[in-house]
Design a protein. Structure first.
Length: 577
């Protein structure tokens, strides 16, 4: 008799999953199979065997070690498992359709839709996940798909062609990850809209349902700049006049503020009025006439003159607490003003002195999707006053197991990742080569150290009132620690803030329209900006940011960013999801 654990392992492995399910059904009947599937549900992480199967597919697509021909064979086996599992599983239990769409597993999405009854579909279309979003919000948002990541990492015509067969959509011949994200996302969204229409579920209670942030799926698509998704939602009947709860702006206001002209055209065609006012009394027309922060505007108008950047200076706190000051060669190479870059920034973000009111933040930054560098934020200053020295970190969480990598956000390929203790990492973090060293050093970007209480979690709380998420939205809190030249490669995600406690960091921000996931380590990315050369991601228009202790950097959703430590650095990063 197959045990629950054996069944979970077979489903996760994928290769023998379908055969195992068929054997159980042959020996125990459909009722016996359903009973074992029910027993395999995990109340702790709210997952069923279908969730296990979805995660296994996603991880397979993200495993760069698997060659293309093996990928095709193994992915096919996973699909056989999903096809055998879905009809016997309880698909209303923590509805797995949401996960399938989040992961952008289009073939699995089709299997789940085919296996769903009308009642199951109705529940899955309206059920909110842990982030307060429905499956429609998930499809409307620009998430990083497993297929798109696989194409980026694997390269080669065989992988690209296989990926396109899996998503069953057309994309331009000159493939960019943004094109693939849009193609995958639009295919999933249009599939959901088609099924909802065919089964009579397409109505305002689904199309215009709000997440915990008070946003509809149309708002999510408009914030993400996804013209195809916004057009599909509007064509399906999404209400163009709905406004976000937090600031009273419609999709039209969002598109105008962010320079999403194609979305604005679709919104107008659906009946949107350029004279409509948001919660701050701004019209769509007025927002269009404000300063534009999109790469498209910069390219059309020519590169604006970058503001003068102060030379990075060593704050007194940087040398306290056992932390080493910035190495002279690192400052000389990467710490100069904007003019010292072969690829000079389009803009340089200057700091705004705290305090800043919540209304001013929502009006001038959050609602418009514009970054903010806030100097000496009071709450963050109180964290720093508690003294995050090398010894205090080691005393509070020195034995904690952490993952360190030279490539944080490295698209799941695990390159250079290893597990160690925080104490051991801190002991060796200062031993790095000169500015011309060929390999980037390891970096801690850990979400476990600030979770579940403990001294570090208490020190890094509460969130600054300016950035407190409203309406019960979820956050991911992370501690980052790194020596000079360590950092995160270019990537993007939901809105986030980063509060620097110790050290000195330089950031390269990129507007959403030009944001990419890159395999280039942060050190190499900044070398390309400094000395020239490199690929498309190094040529994008970028915003220069120099962050000092006590500075909080707000990065709006889907803005691309890479960061480089110029000195030993410690920061708290909070991502909103």
């Amino acid at each position: 008799m197959t045990s629950v654990q054996e069944l979970r392992l077979a489903i996760h492995g994928g290769v023998h999953g379908a055969a195992t399910l068929q054997t159980i059904q042959k020996n125990s009947g459909r009722r016996g199979l359903r009973k074992l599937i029910a027993e395999a549900e995990d109340e702790n992480d709210q997952s069923t065997l279908v969730h296990v199967a979805l995660r296994a597919q996603f991880h397979l697509l993200n495993d760069a070690r698997v060659p293309a021909h093996t990928l095709q064979e193994r992915y096919g086996k996973h699909q056989e498992t999903m096809t055998a599992l879905a009809p016997a599983a309880n698909l209303t239990r923590w509805c797995p359709l949401v996960d399938a769409v989040h992961y952008r597993l289009s073939s699995a999405t089709r299997v789940l839709l085919a296996a769903s009854s009308a009642a199951t579909l109705r529940r899955c279309l309206t059920e909110a996940d842990a982030y307060g979003q429905t499956v429609l919000h998930a499809a409307a948002g620009a998430k990083a798909s497993g297929v798109a990541r696989r194409v980026l990492r694997g390269g080669g015509d065989d992988v690209v062609k296989y990926a396109l067969r899996q998503i069953d959509v057309r994309v331009p011949a000159s493939l960019r990850v943004g094109d693939l994200h849009d193609a995958v996302g639009n295919a999933d969204l249009e599939l959901l809209l088609s099924v909802g229409r065919r089964r009579g579920e397409l109505n305002s209670s689904w199309l215009d349902v709000r997440d915990r942030r008070g946003r509809t799926a149309l708002h999510v698509a408009c914030r993400a700049g996804r013209a195809g998704a916004a057009a599909a939602l509007l064509a399906a009947g999404a209400n163009h006049s709905e406004v976000e709860s937090e600031w009273g702006g419609s999709c039209g206001h969002t598109a105008a503020a962010r320079g999403h002209t194609a979305i604005l055209d679709a919104w107008r065609a659906a009946g949107g009025d350029d004279e409509a006012l948001d919660g701050f009394g701004r019209s769509v027309r007025g927002l269009l006439q404000q300063e534009c922060w999109s790469a498209a505007c910069w390219n059309a108008a020519g590169r604006p003159a970058a503001e003068a950047v102060e030379e990075p200076a060593c704050d007194a706190r940087e040398a306290d607490g056992g932390w080493a000051p910035p190495p002279a060669d690192v400052l000389e190479t990467f710490g100069g003003a904007a003019a010292s870059f072969a690829r000079p920034p389009a803009r340089s973000l200057t700091a705004v002195a705290a305090p800043l009111t919540r209304e001013a933040f929502e009006r001038d930054h959050e609602s418009l999707g514009r970054p903010l560098l806030l100097r000496n934020e009071p709450t963050v200053a109180s964290w720093a006053a508690r003294g995050w020295t090398r010894d205090s970190l080691a005393a509070a969480a020195g034995d904690a197991a952490i993952v360190v990598s030279a490539k944080p956000y490295g698209l799941g390929d695990g390159a250079g990742s290893e597990r160690t203790k925080l104490r051991d990492f801190l002991a060796g973090a200062a031993a790095v080569g000169g500015a011309n060293a060929s390999e980037p050093p390891s970096f801690v970007f850990d979400e476990t150290l600030l979770a579940g209480g403990g001294a570090l979690a208490a020190d890094a709380s509460p969130d600054p009132p300016l950035f407190e998420i409203e309406n019960g939205g979820a956050v991911l809190r992370q501690l980052s620690v790194g020596p000079p030249k360590a950092g995160a490669m270019p990537h993007f995600h939901g809105a986030a803030y980063n509060a620097l406690q110790v050290g000195l960091r330089r950031w390269a921000l990129v507007p959403p329209s030009a944001a990419v996931f890159s395999r280039v380590p942060a050190l190499d990315h900044f070398r390309r900006l400094r000395f020239g050369g490199g690929g498309e991601e190094a040529a994008a228009e970028w915003v220069d940011v120099v962050q000092r202790p006590g500075d909080v950097l707000w990065v709006p959703e889907l803005w691309g960013h890479a960061t480089l430590s110029l000195a030993e650095s410690v920061a708290v990063a909070v991502e909103y999801v």
